[in-house]
Design a binder for this molecule. Sequence first.
Ligand code: NI
Length: 190
Amino acid sequence: MSVLRILTYGDDRLQTPARAVEKITPEVRKLIADMAETLYAAKGVGLAATQVGAMVRLCVVNPEPRESGEEKTSKPVGHRVFINPQIIWTSDDDVPMSEGCLSLPGIEAEVYRPESIRVRYRDECWRVHEEEMSGLLARILQHEIDHLDGVLFVDRVGFVRRQVLAGQLRRLRKERESIFVPAVLAGDKC
Ligand code: NI
């Protein structure tokens, strides 16, 4: 397993829709293992394949990266894998929650989304599931499925807030341009 480089704002792949996973191959298994390791290393709650440059519809989620009262740990247990996740129902409400993203370091904004969703997905054994979820898990899944559609959470904030974020986003884009980007990333193989 290896820790993959997480793409940051300004990389076109973050705004490009991913294609469906067609079957579980050794490459997909490796991508999942590497994404899980990358998520723990980054101490994040969710990571979509597009964030590591793999343009396929899968994400790894871990709503509880830390134990209560403790510092965030990188303990490699507890994550879940969602392959080809699809939202098939949402509740009628629209609730605000502050979101951040490993691809937009330092940026947080309040985003409105439904509190509950029903998701159809495949697991890493290619079994189909349908699951209703709410709260933090539903929030993370909606954020990650957005990534797979090429949508970032800053695309969902209101016009005024977006103006406030504009300077920070410009700075992120500049920082990215100053970093050497290797032509082939491990995640590109899948
Ligand atoms: Ni994100």
